[in-house]
Write a protein that binds this ligand. Structure first.
Ligand SMILES: [Zn+2]
Length: 133
């Protein structure tokens, strides 16, 4: 990310990345906390990302999202990566909200006459059990 890229603090201020100063580092992974030059409140380096609010490391969250995108269920992904099912649900919810924000920011003012979507499907409910005789 470039130094002149704009970044939003959680209070809605839009500041340039070069204006941000690290307030201090926290936690076992030494994450940076920044101080907003406009509202003077602190926020985490992960506050507006998919990884915000999780104790799970970034690589695991990334792998869980990849597994979910490939069609694995939430329970299956939770078992594979040894996380709680509720954590898997929260990761998916937060990723969906983040994707929506990115889409709203990037995909606008396009005058399309035709659009083709790739196919992506998954189960929302449990699969029906198949009984074989
Ligand atoms: Zn601010």
């Amino acid at each position: 990310m470039s130094e002149d890229a704009e970044i939003g603090c959680p209070n809605g201020c839009i500041v340039k990345r070069s204006q941000l100063r690290v307030s201090h580092y926290y936690g076992p992974r030494r994450r940076a906390r920044y101080r907003c030059p406009e509202c003077h409140r602190q926020f985490s380096e992960r506050c507006s990302s998919v990884f915000a609010g999780f104790h799970t490391d970034d690589a695991t969250i990334y792998r869980v999202l990849k597994a979910l995108c490939e069609g694995n269920g939430i329970r299956a992904a939770a078992r594979i990566f040894d996380i709680n099912r509720k954590t898997g649900e929260r990761i998916l919810d937060q990723a969906a909200v983040h994707c929506q924000k990115v889409s709203e920011k990037l995909i606008k003012n396009y005058h399309l006459k035709e659009c083709q979507m790739d196919e992506l499907w998954s189960f929302v409910k449990k699969r029906k059990r198949v009984y074989r005789c």
